[in-house]
Design a protein around this ligand. Structure first.
Ligand code: FEO
Length: 433
């Protein structure tokens, strides 16, 4: 089989090139997409991506692990045919059902009807949605979990249950005899290089970290769970579904995931201390005064570190890391033309890359006529799965001394919910005093 030459430029790849052996009896049969610049609408890539699929040969048959995006099916089938016959395929493993890896699946099933599908238990509903079985076209498959195995004769595929990396269905597959981990999107990146192997490709560290930040970071706790299964494995090669095949010191990439999933020392606040961040925008200083009074109310409680930030500068990205390691945030905005101020929405729309579950949220703001902003922010906080334990606080125009006391009480109530970890009813200021 042809191996990509070390000297081949990254863009010089023959679409007709046959399968590439990445380990004894294991072939890459994927496709390169060097022209792609945006993946899944939002993810940027500077030089395209790859859709990696693999073929494993055993004494009793062949397994195909993942397929490719539909548009690249022709390349995939040509490479597959260079390494195996369709009637040899006994097993099709789907580590992840997103269409960039299942686009060629229906046609593969048509060409290899004897092959058995292996999916994770959580993938069942997705598989049915994808293949739309009918009475006259039933769907057969096996669901597997950690420790389940399928033998190909002298070769054993063992499954690892690694959900939410980055969909509920995701799993990894371990080929023990060769020390190969078929990791799905895990340890992948959008980096297209015809030289295929990490020791031959250009420097893709940025792409690797960028992919983690946008795809895996929201699921950090699941990454940590998966690493518990992956780290003990004697890995010789990681075969992800995107980007370079990681044959040179593959454990570096596992270590990198561990680093990226572990809070740094700088992020850690004292174990006994909770963190609350107040962000605000203020047109005439009223919402700013509310924010300061709320901070004063929070500070009356022991064990909470409170921070106050004015979003007027417009930069929101630097705050994403802070919010990830905080326990609560309160957002203050005046109502401008029936809406919250744009930096508030910019901040909220930047939070999809982090896990917000279990954090507290709150909203406040001064207003002139109608004051919709506070309710809108609260709705968005709930949509992001934050708990909103204290009803939003709105004050018309300039806060009076009594209203500033209300703000301090709002801060006390928020602090109380944070310290006690309250899950119960929403505290409404109409009920207080
Ligand atoms: Fe590469 Fe989540 O699909």
């Amino acid at each position: 089989m042809m191996s990509p030459a070390a000297s081949a430029p990254a863009w010089d790849f023959d679409d007709q090139a046959p399968a590439v052996e990445v380990a004894p009896g294991v072939h890459w049969i994927g496709a390169l997409d060097p022209g792609l610049r945006t993946f899944d609408i939002i993810l940027r890539t500077a030089n395209g991506t790859t859709y990696n699929s693999y073929l494993v040969r055993g004494e009793d048959g062949v397994a195909v692990i993942d397929t490719v995006k539909a548009e690249f099916a022709e390349d995939f089938f040509a490479r597959l045919e260079s390494a195996a016959r369709y009637d040899e395929i006994r097993v099709i493993v789907l580590n992840h059902l997103e269409p960039d890896h299942t686009g060629a699946l229906p046609e593969l099933m048509r060409r290899a009807p004897q092959a058995q599908l292996y999916i994770s238990k959580r993938a069942t509903a997705m598989l049915k949605a994808l293949l739309k079985p009918r009475d006259d076209r039933p769907l057969t498959y096996k669901t597997v979990g950690t420790g389940d195995e399928v033998s190909l004769g002298g070769r054993t595929l063992r499954f690892l249950h690694t959900p939410f990396l980055h969909w509920p269905d995701t799993q990894c597959t371990w080929l023990a005899e060769e020390g190969v981990l078929f990791s799905g999107d895990v340890f992948g990146c959008h980096h297209c290089d015809a030289r295929l192997f990490n020791d031959l490709c250009g420097d893709f560290r940025f792409a690797f970290d960028y992919y983690y930040a946008h795809i895996m970071r929201p699921f950090k706790s699941y990454v940590v769970d998966a690493l518990k299964l992956i780290e003990p494995l004697p890995i010789k090669l990681i075969a992800p579904t995107h980007g370079p095949v990681l044959r040179d010191r593959p454990r570096r990439y596992v270590t990198r995931y561990r680093e990226l999933s572990t809070p740094s020392l700088a992020e850690r606040i004292d174990q006994d201390e909770r963190s609350l961040i107040i962000f605000y925008m203020s047109a005439y200083g009223s919402t700013a005064r509310m924010a300061e009074a709320i901070r004063a109310g929070v500070e009356e409680s022991e064990g909470i570190r409170v921070s106050l930030y004015d979003l007027e500068g417009g930069e929101v990205q630097p705050f994403v890391d802070l919010i990830e390691s905080a326990d609560a945030m309160a957002l203050g905005s005046p109502t401008i033309n029936g809406d919250a101020a744009k930096p508030i929405w910019d901040l909220l729309s930047s939070l999809a890359v982090i896990d917000l579950k279990g954090k507290l949220g709150a909203a406040f703001g001064s207003y002139g006529w109608t004051g919709e902003a506070v309710k809108m922010i609260e709705d968005r906080l709930r949509g992001l799965k934050l708990r909103v334990p204290v009803a939003g606080l709105r004050i018309k125009l300039i806060p009076t001394d009594e209203e500033l006391e209300e703000c301090r009480e709002f801060g006390r109530a928020l602090a109380g919910a944070l310290v006690r970890g309250e899950q119960g009813r929403v505290i409404d200021f109409a009920d207080l005093g």
